[in-house]
Design a protein around this ligand. Structure first.
Ligand SMILES: [Fe+2]
Length: 410
């Protein structure tokens, strides 16, 4: 164990020796000086924990010496031995913090030993406190550095994440754009097919648009929600799409069809659904188109579905489709009058047609009129019945290419 070092400064060798011996017996490491200058010189090489100095000495007074030492080694504990005559100076020096305590001369050895022990204890406490403070300071610096590093890491990570998020959003947007483009392309192709069908079959020209107008009015009459209306819109326009796959010799046959030929014609419902297969957003439309020739009593085709098992849109289109077909001239028969066609619908209500849909159609025909009675009606409704009224986010506008662009390319 390293013992504490004490420096004693006194111009009286006897006192020096006495104190030195006593302190050494106590286990302290003792150095001595006879005056202030000698003490200061020694301090260049020695660093005592406690300095005990007499005040009255030739050359430099003890109080001056301790003040110099305080400035050079503030951590040292300084004690002043003084006579009664210098008591005021001693008290003031304590008040100013220059010395820790003073010992009056003549002193008792027991008293001086207690003071020295306390001074050493005080020195150790101050030293420990300083060490602790240093450690805390060091720990704080380490912590601050870590926090700083972590903060920088976190900032980098945040920036990296933000960048990734931006990239992801851009990629998502690009995929969405491409997907929408793809859907529009498909729809464009199908629209072309639809117009191609109308171009080759003059008897059905304009039929899909008329069915479309009737159907949307019926849908509104029957309180369909937006989603059902959007599906109805596409299905009504594309319901006979499958006819594109029916040979011209059958589709355009001027006379009555044989039952084999009629069977082939009947395939158009399923064929239309198959053509729409790749278009994700027309999944529902595909099913409706497949069912537009089902009968309410289950005697229709292709699946023989009954009543409510047929989509409401399929039942609506069946009525509009039949009315428009009856009202148009065909190679094998003349058009029926409006009343005849309506009577036929009412007659077939509950068998071929959904009664609710026939009722709705009867109200609609009163409201909007008959395209065959009023040739300008189609033009009027193309303007007035806003296609966009039944749009859903993410679904392209119906018929992205106008009829004119398809049939009369520039
Ligand atoms: Fe059809």
């Amino acid at each position: 164990m390293i013992s504490n070092k004490i420096m004693i400064v006194d111009d009286e060798p006897d006192i020096l020796d006495l104190l030195k011996d006593t302190f050494e017996e106590e286990g302290y490491n003792v150095i001595t000086a006879l005056n202030g200058l000698e003490a200061l010189e020694m301090l260049d090489t020695e660093l005592p924990d406690v300095i005990l100095s007499d005040n009255r000495m030739p050359g430099m007074a003890g109080i001056e010496l301790l003040e110099v030492i305080r400035q050079r080694y503030p951590e040292s504990i300084r004690l002043l031995m003084t006579g009664y005559a210098d008591l005021n100076i001693a008290i003031e020096s304590i008040n100013r913090g220059w010395v820790y305590k003073f010992i009056t001369k003549p002193f008792k050895m027991e008293e001086i030993m207690i003071t020295i022990r306390r001074a050493i204890e005080y020195y150790e406490i101050v030293k420990q406190k300083k060490i602790l403070e240093e450690q805390i300071k060091e720990q704080n610096q380490i912590l601050e550095k870590r926090v700083e590093e972590r903060t920088i890491d976190l900032q980098n990570l945040t920036e990296e994440l933000e960048e990734k998020n931006r990239t992801l959003s851009q990629q998502k947007e690009e995929i969405r754009r491409l997907y929408s483009h793809l859907q529009r392309s498909y729809l464009g192709t199908i629209t072309s097919l639809h117009f191609a069908l109308e171009a080759k079959d003059q008897y059905t020209r304009g039929h899909s648009e008329r069915v479309f107008h009737y159907s949307l009015h019926m849908g509104r009459e029957l309180d369909l929600d937006l989603e059902d209306m959007v599906h109805l819109k596409y299905a009504a326009l594309l319901h006979d799409l499958g006819k594109i796959g029916i040979p011209d010799s059958i589709l355009l046959k001027p006379g009555k069809l044989t039952s084999e030929e009629y069977d082939i014609i009947k395939n158009h419902a399923t064929l239309g659904a198959t053509i729409l297969d790749p278009i994700q957003f027309l999944k529902r439309v595909k099913i409706i188109i497949g069912h537009h020739h089902e009968h309410y009593d289950g005697r229709g085709y292709p699946d023989g579905l009954k009543a409510e098992n047929i989509d409401i849109q399929g039942r609506i289109i069946a009525v509009a489709d039949a009315f428009d077909a009856m009202r148009s001239d065909r190679p094998y028969r003349a058009a029926r009058s409006r009343m005849e066609a309506l009577d036929e619908l009412v007659e077939m209500s509950g068998t071929q047609f959904c009664p609710r849909c026939v009722d709705a159609f009867n109200r609609v025909i009163v409201e909007i009129g008959d395209f065959y009675d009023d040739p300008e009606l189609a033009e009027k409704y193309a303007e007035e019945l806003k296609f966009m009224e039944y749009e859903m986010p993410g679904m392209p506008e119906v018929f992205p290419y106008r009829r004119k662009e398809i049939l009369e390319p520039s």
